[in-house]
Ligand binder design. Structure first.
Ligand code: NI
Length: 392
């Protein structure tokens, strides 16, 4: 029997199990850093496959090593385990049993797929030249993120390359999306307080009006995007909170602003906090107010390595045909997969999981989010065939 045929048969055997694992995980969602039962389920399931060296790098994560029959590269494949604080509003036969918690981003599918990949590759152990590390990461959804914690305890030491995927509902089932270079954005957060002087709404000259000053800060911040950034680069500055005031006839003493900054280029990223503070300082000084400013760097951008991405792209073409391949523009959402990419070159790709005919159109993090389960097989196949390519 030729090798591809054997692989395909093994995938067919595991396919239904992957769906069942995903449904079990969907019914039992757990929040970031609290993936106790989820990680135990993953550990026990992996143990049942045999052949794997298992460990618990952190309290709620799992790593499995599969050492092949011959020496070769070390590759890491990653899935994330956590769910979100959302009350599910979609009627599934395997609905969430944990009130207020829901797998609304597809991480249940990621975990199930990687379990499937592990099962298939253990059966092909003798053919592998090198090692596969299966990384089941906790806390993708909550900063500072599980990826950084896991690389901090060395899960990627010695690894030559790392691959991860996201089931993606904006992309139709049947498509696999790749991007060369920047794929997902850096995501940082800022807080600004404008301190003026409160007083009577009818006598503004006796106050320092923090509302008018804060409003100027909000509109001026967009100058950073529109006037100081190269139009061919991408920066987003979104002020997402304005807090101030108690009544229509009182000018408040201070106003608090906070927001999100996104970009795809580390050299641009480092210039943003300075630009924001300069605007805040200038405007508050001009109007005799003072300010407080805090900026926190979040997840780094996901930047795909050329060679690794080329292999993923070739795999998609060979396994599913040219029409399955979708060249993506980067998205300004973020992923802590980037923390793994700081340790090894890698590729993060999207597996289409939307299906308009089936009404699967809700966005990620929505109470009615779901995936087309037929996408799971596509993710499994891409991982397995790519791993075999790297470890041929
Ligand atoms: Ni996600």
């Amino acid at each position: 029997m030729n090798e591809t045929k054997k692989v395909d048969e093994t995938i067919q055997e595991v396919k239904q199990q992957v769906i069942e694992w995903r449904r079990y995980l969907h019914q039992n969602p757990e929040l970031s850093y609290q993936e106790v039962k989820t990680s135990q389920f993953v550990y026990d399931t992996l143990q049942s496959f045999g052949h794997l060296e298992l460990s618990r790098p952190t309290k709620t994560s799992v790593m499995a090593r599969l050492v092949g029959g011959r020496p070769g590269k070390i590759i890491a494949l990653r899935a994330d385990l956590d769910a979100l604080p959302i009350q599910e509003e979609i009627n599934l036969p395997f609905a969430s049993q944990n009130p207020g918690i829901m797998h609304a981003c597809g991480h249940d599918g990621h975990t199930a797929m990687l379990l499937g990949v592990a099962k298939i590759l253990t059966q092909l152990q003798d053919q592998l030249a090198g090692e596969v590390r299966f990384i089941f990461q906790h806390a993708e959804e909550m900063f500072p993120g599980g990826a950084k914690e896991m690389t901090g305890v060395g899960v990627l030491d010695g690894v030559d390359l790392v691959i991860g995927t996201h089931l993606w509902s904006p992309l139709e089932k049947g498509k696999v999306g790749v991007a060369y270079g920047p794929m997902m954005a850096a995501s940082d957060t800022f807080w600004i307080t404008v301190n003026g002087k409160g007083g009577h709404a009818g006598m503004p000259h006796q106050t320092i009006d923090s509302i008018v000053i804060a409003a100027q800060v909000v509109t001026n911040l967009q100058q950073i995007v529109s006037r100081t950034t190269d139009p061919l680069d991408s920066v987003v500055i979104s002020v997402t909170q304005i807090i101030g005031g108690t009544a229509p006839n009182i000018l408040p003493g201070s106003v608090e602003l906070s927001g999100s900054v996104r970009n795809l280029d580390p050299s641009i990223r480092e210039t943003i906090p300075g630009k924001i503070e300069r605007i805040v300082k200038g405007i508050t000084e001009a109007h005799e107010a003072s300010y407080e400013f805090k900026y926190v760097y979040g997840y780094s951008p996901v930047i795909n390595n050329h060679e690794v991405t080329a292999v993923i792209e070739e795999t998609v073409r060979e396994v599913f045909g040219e029409e399955a391949l979708e060249r993506l523009r980067p998205t300004m959402s973020a992923e802590d997969f980037s923390a793994f990419m700081e340790k090894a070159p890698g590729c993060f790709f999207f597996v289409g999981a939307g299906n308009e005919e089936k009404g699967i159109t809700y966005p990620h993090h929505h109470a009615r989010f779901t995936i087309d389960e037929e996408a799971l097989e596509i993710g499994v196949k891409t991982f397995v065939h790519a791993a075999l390519k790297f470890l041929a």
